[in-house]
Every structure is written in C-alpha cells, then in structure tokens.
Design a protein around this ligand. Structure first.
Ligand code: FAD
Length: 397
C-alpha cells in the first residue's frame, strides 16, 4: 500500500509541503487537514492596510491542490498520538500516518500582555494570523473611520515572533494611507526591542516618505507596552505613560500553535525543537515540524522559510521511508518589505544545518543598499510582487 503522508495546516508550510509531495512523489498518498476553505495570506496584508490591495487579491482556494490529488479535509487536528502515529480530527475521524508534516503556525498568547484577550482583539486588531481576513479588514475599516489628526498606535513584541520585518512594513503602509487621506495623523510605534530587521533602510524610507508622521520608540525610550485598555483606547508604557489612540494595533507575544503544545511537541520556550537537516521533531521522529511553529533561529519565521523547510521535510520523510539518507540541507530566505507603494527593500540569507542547529552561512546574505536610489526601490517593489505571485503558486498551484 502507498505510504501515507498527513499534513496538518494548509498555510505557507503545509500547502507547500502537500503540493511538493504530490508533484515529486506521485506514489505517496497525501492528506491535508486545514479548517479554512479559503486562505487569506498574511504577506501582502499590510498592502491592504495601505489601500494597495483588496482582500480578493490575497485570498486563495484549495481547488488547485485538490486537482493535484491532495485529499483535503477541512477540519481541525484535535490531538496527535506520536506513539500510535495517528491524528484525531475535531470532526471525529482518526487518520493514521507513516509520516506527519506539522505546520499549524503560531498561537497568539492572549493574556501575556495584560488587557489583551480575544475580546480586546475586536477593538485592537492584531491582524497577525491568516484566518478569514476579518482581522486585517477590521484594522483597515478602523483606519478609514478614524478622524484626521488621530494617533495610530502599534504595539510590537520582543523576539521571537512571526515575520521580523512585518511590524515595520505595517508602520509604513499605515503611514502611506494616512499621508494620502489623513495627513494630520501619525503612527506611534511602541517597541519592546531596541533594534529590528532592515532598521536603517526602514528609517531612511520613513524619513524620506513620511517625515514626522512616523515615530518609532525603542524599549529604552519607553517603547515597551505593558498593558492595553480597549475601553479607554489606551496603551500603557513601562514607565507609566498612557497613550490615547484613535486606532490601536497590538501584535501580541506568540508561541507555536496550540496543537503543537497540547501534543507535547514544544519545549518550555513554547516552540518545537527540530533536527536542522530533516525538521523532524526532537521528541517524535516521525513528525516533521516546519514553518513558524519550530525554533529554527537564526532563521526567521517567514513564509519563505516555511516553504523551503516544507520541501526539505517532505524529501527527508520520504527518504526515511525508503531507508535512504536525507538530502543535504540548504535554506534560502528573502524578505521583501514595502516602505511605500513603489519603494521596496529586502534582506537575503542562506542557512545550513550545523552540528547543533541551524547556522547562517557566513557572508551569504545582505540587505538592499542604502542611499537615495529610487530606481532600485521601484524595482524591489516589483520583485516583491513577483515573489508573492510565485510563492502562492508554489503553494496552491
Ligand atoms: P501559516 O501560514 O499561518 O499556516 C498555518 C495554518 O495551519 C493555518 O491555515 C491554520 O488555519 C492551520 N491550523 C492551525 N492549527 C491547526 C490545527 N489544529 N489543525 C489543522 N490546521 C491548523 N513572510 C514572508 O516570507 N514574506 C513576507 O512578505 C511576509 N509578510 C508578512 C506580513 C505580515 C503582516 C505577517 C503577519 C506575516 C508575514 N510573513 C511573511 C510571515 C508568514 O506569514 C509566516 O511566516 C507564514 O505564514 C508561516 O507559515 P506556517 O505554515 O508556519 O503558518
């Protein structure tokens, strides 16, 4: 009988894994478990906030994967039994697997930031998980409804979190909207950190495009938000300042998705430890944990890495089933960010498997050059569009 590969989570890691497995190993039976029937990507969600994309532009169906022969079950994985090698679904069915690819993404740690729970997210949207897009649309509607002259607060967490440059692209895209429609308003970005991804490039861009409309505050200058109050619409800082906001976006602290933690696959950090060559769980060798749910530092929690690790995990799982060695691991990452509609910047890195974990290949990466380079920025915004088109095609067909 055909080997059974079960994939849990149909986002950047899981959809990539399912499609790659079907295309590369036609003799393997692939089942994908994902509750969403339509997937709204986090990447390019910030462009929706800026007014440069509509929800339909970033919504994808599973029909392409189905046409490719992936069996798709729109359900939740409720429990995993690594010893019996089964996944029980919320709907009642139990799936047996030979190898499991687990890519359920992140959980938002409600309660870790006092005042921020699920109800508060209806006032201060996070817009940080794919879902049905309702969070991103809510944030967009709030921006449209706010008066000119208001403050948009963004609370940014400490490391590690999904998409290191994401909060800063969000600052940029919200500022781009405000500049066109509410020019007396500002973005107040309160950060629990001292430094961030592509910092120099972002700050150059903010200065050039938005001037005093963007204020970014590091932790040492009282940027750390320690409490939010949705009723009063305030963010309270570590040193006791209450910032009154017209709109608040909270990017809360995160962990691996619940199914990872509930199945005993995460350690005390809240993330899953994996082998850097095969992405196999350190505690359950037939479960490969990819995407944001694992601790793959220094690799970023990005869609690009989720897609790369998906292919390496599938190839390693199939090799193990055939009694062969896994392929040598090499992981690529490119993260594009939009500072303005026609102003793109990027960071590139290459990683390999080291003896004790993931390692960055020395001198393998870099960021866009700094300076007044409008043509370079215009081209990188186009490259970003091309990246989005190609990765979503690689996921969904
Ligand atoms: P996800 O893509 O979140 O997919 C997880 C899936 O698992 C979801 O569909 C969920 O419904 C499902 N799931 C969860 N639990 C279960 C369960 N129990 N049973 C079944 N299914 C389950 N990355 C880039 O590379 N480039 C970018 O430009 C970029 N921009 C971003 C912008 C923003 C605003 C944000 C928030 C993120 C951005 N990212 C970007 C990061 C990227 O979105 C994530 O790194 C990527 O989605 C991780 O893939 P994943 O498969 O781990 O999780």
């Amino acid at each position: 009988t055909a080997a059974r590969l079960v994939v849990v989570g149909g986002g950047f890691g899981g959809a990539s894994a399912a499609r790659f497995a079907r295309a590369t190993y036609p003799d393997i039976q692939v089942t994908l478990v994902e509750p969403l029937t339509r997937f709204v990507t986090c990447p390019y969600g910030n462009l929706l906030l800026g007014g440069y994309r509509q929800i339909g532009d970033i919504t994808h169906s599973y029909d392409g994967l189905r046409a490719q022969g992936v069996r798709i079950l729109h359900d939740w994985a409720a429990a995993i039994d690594p010893a019996a090698k089964t996944v029980r679904l919320r709907g009642g069915e139990t799936l047996a697997y030979d190898k499991l690819i687990l890519s359920p993404g992140i959980a938002l740690r409600y309660g870790a930031l006092p005042g921020y729970d699920e109800a508060a997210a209806e006032v201060f949207p996070h817009a940080w998980v794919p879902g049905d897009g309702s969070q991103t649309r809510l944030l967009r509607r709030q921006l449209e409804a706010m008066p000119d002259g208001g403050v948009v607060g963004i609370a940014i967490p400490a490391n590690p979190f999904r998409c290191p440059p994401g909060p800063y692209e969000r600052i940029s895209m919200i500022a781009a909207y405000l500049k066109r429609h509410k020019p007396r308003s500002k973005v107040l970005a309160l950060d629990a950190k001292e430094a961030f991804s592509k910092q120099g490039l972002f700050q150059d861009g903010w200065k050039a495009l938005y001037g005093p409309m963007v204020e970014w505050v590091p932790a040492s200058s009282d940027g750390k938000v320690i409490r939010v109050d949705p009723a009063e619409k305030t963010f309270e800082s570590e040193f006791g300042v209450r910032h009154k906001l017209a709109v608040g976006n909270v990017i809360p602290p995160q962990s691996a998705a619940r199914i990872v933690i509930d199945s005993g696959l995460a350690d005390q950090t809240g993330w899953a430890q994996v082998d850097p060559t095969t992405l196999a769980s350190r505690v359950a060798p037939d479960i490969h944990i990819i995407g944001d749910a694992n601790n793959a530092a220094p690799m970023p929690k990005s869609g690009f890495i989720a897609n790369n690790t998906a292919k390496q995990a599938v190839a390693s799982a199939v090799a193990a089933l055939r009694g062969a060695a896994p392929p040598e691991a090499v992981y690529f990452n490119t993260c594009y960010s939009h500072v303005g509609e026609e102003y793109g910047i990027s960071v590139v890195n290459i990683f390999r498997a080291g003896p004790n974990g993931f390692v960055e290949v020395p001198n393998s990466g870099g960021v866009s050059p700094r300076g007044d380079l409008p043509e370079q920025r215009r081209l990188e915004a186009l490259y970003a569009d091309a990246w989005y088109a190609s990765i979503t095609r690689d996921m969904f067909g």
